[in-house]
Design a protein around this ligand. Structure first.
Ligand code: C2O
Ligand code: CU
Length: 457
């Protein structure tokens, strides 16, 4: 039989349309291109990359101690992987190409199976070419419910993002390797969204109590958040409950990848309450809470701490092994030199190769780990930010505790914001075996040098 062009087209189409299915016992997680109304209604829909067709991707909501089983089915035009951010996960499931798995090629699939040990607010996102893939929309919420949930009327997940769209077409500007962004604050956008929508509205009643799970999914923007007409507490950071809830007064920062769980009461006398982003030139509404009547009864007084997660005891961290990680480079503090591919290159040479930053002198993930830890050992890491920009340093597979300026132990986190010129210390029990990334979560910084790793064995 002679194959003509028509046959070829048909068989290519057949191959393309062949249904890919999830493995037995696994639900599918389809990474695919879709259109989504990111910009206000007067604009066209934006072509985005999604998990299961929406931005954010499908909400994964499970109980503490459950096993998640998902087959990532890659229908994107690019290799990808999924990282389950903040989950103290088994190393092989951490989703880091080149360290814990191979990238999943276009058309291929990968089975993720893991237990979630801690309750709280987490998220998942692409971890291959993250600077592009997360910016295109590849992220979603991963919510782990407490066995005994706090008493609230509504539990709302609010995923914040910052998009850079062409102002005419509302399509994603695809200059991800723009040297100016990489060497400065990163890819800062021109439209802010909550759950993939510009200025969305949520229906509430006066005196209702809400749990707001805030997630910053943006590439580089550090939000400074405030509430209007809502009053309450921060009860958890990066998924982990605070020992004592922190009464909200004034704005609070949320760096890329960080989460904050709030419990707030609707106290406004007006028609709307809101979540606002505090900017240099005023406040900007991110989401509205439209008040439709009063809830029965007055709002409750006080709040209790969320039940603690089974985290290791830090104990006396003065005895911990001490390490220093120096954050170097970027605009205004240009690297003099740095190591790349086993050789020392000048800052100018590095810049030509798209590398602008370094961690302890390495402008890429080094061959040897920054830290080689025995399982269960205690470490103190001092992040020294010599650059002119803030950085959100994230450790995989572990949470750590901040060491406060007065030497006391602060909250548990998985991502710490280190301000320009600042030094911040953390205490870490390296109790999860495997190879783990340590990087800046400003994704352009990670792509252009701020990437390291540690080993626990
Ligand atoms: Cu959320 Cu290595 O990242
Ligand atoms: Cu950074």
């Amino acid at each position: 039989m002679i194959l003509n062009r028509r046959h070829l087209l048909q068989s290519a189409a057949a191959a393309f349309l062949m249904p890919r299915v999830a493995s037995a016992g696994f639900a599918p997680l389809n990474a695919r291109v879709a259109k989504y109304p990111i910009a206000p209604a007067s604009y066209p829909e934006t072509v985005v990359w999604t998990y299961d067709g929406s931005v954010p991707g499908v909400e994964l909501r499970v109980r503490q101690g459950d096993r998640i089983q998902r087959t990532l089915i890659n229908q994107l035009p690019q290799a990808t992987s999924v990282h389950w951010h903040g989950i103290r996960i088994e190393n092989a499931m951490d989703g880091v190409p080149g360290l814990t798995q191979d990238a999943v090629e276009a058309g291929a699939s990968f089975d993720y199976s893991f237990v979630v040990p801690d309750a709280g607010t987490y998220w998942y996102h692409a971890h291959n070419q993250s600077i592009e893939q997360v910016a295109r929309g590849l992220y979603g919420p991963l919510i782990v419910e407490e066995t005994v949930a706090p008493d609230v009327d509504q539990d709302l997940v609010l995923m914040l993002d910052d998009w850079r769209l062409d102002p005419e077409t509302a399509q994603i500007t695809d200059n991800f390797d723009n040297g100016h962004d990489l060497s400065h604050a990163g890819r800062i956008g021109n439209i802010l969204t909550v759950n993939g929508s510009f200025d969305p509205a949520f229906a509430v009643r006066r005196n209702e109590r809400l749990r707001l799970r805030l997630v910053n999914a943006s590439n580089a923007r550090i939000f400074d958040l405030d509430l209007d007409g809502l009053s309450g507490w921060i009860v958890a950071l990066d998924g982990m409950p605070l020992d004592t809830p922190l009464r909200l007064s004034g704005s609070f920062p949320l760096a890329p990848a960080q989460r904050a769980d709030l419990i707030v009461d609707v106290v406004t006398e007006g028609e709307t309450a809101s979540l606002v982003s505090v900017e240099r030139d005023g406040s900007f509404g991110l989401a509205r809470f439209e008040v439709g009547g009063n809830a029965a009864g007055a709002h409750r007084q006080g709040v209790s701490a969320l039940p603690p997660n089974p985290l290791p005891e830090i104990g006396n961290f003065q005895r911990a092994r001490a390490h220093q990680m120096v954050l170097q480079g970027g605009a205004m503090r240009w690297l003099e030199s740095g190591r790349l591919g086993g050789t020392e290159l000048s800052g100018r040479e590095l810049a030509q190769l798209g590398k602008f930053w370094a961690l302890n002198g390495y402008a890429e993930r080094p061959e040897d780990p920054f830290l080689d830890a025995a399982v269960g050992s205690l470490h103190r890491i001092e992040f020294v930010n010599e650059t002119a920009f803030p950085h959100a340093m994230h450790l995989h597979g572990h949470h750590f505790r901040l060491i406060m300026d007065d030497g006391s132990l602060g909250p548990w986190r998985d991502t710490v914001l280190v301000g320009r010129g600042q030094t911040r210390q953390i205490a870490l029990i390296a109790d999860n075996p495997g190879n783990w990334l340590l990087h800046c979560h400003m994704l352009g910084h990670a792509a252009s040098g701020m990437m390291s790793w540690f080993r626990v064995s």
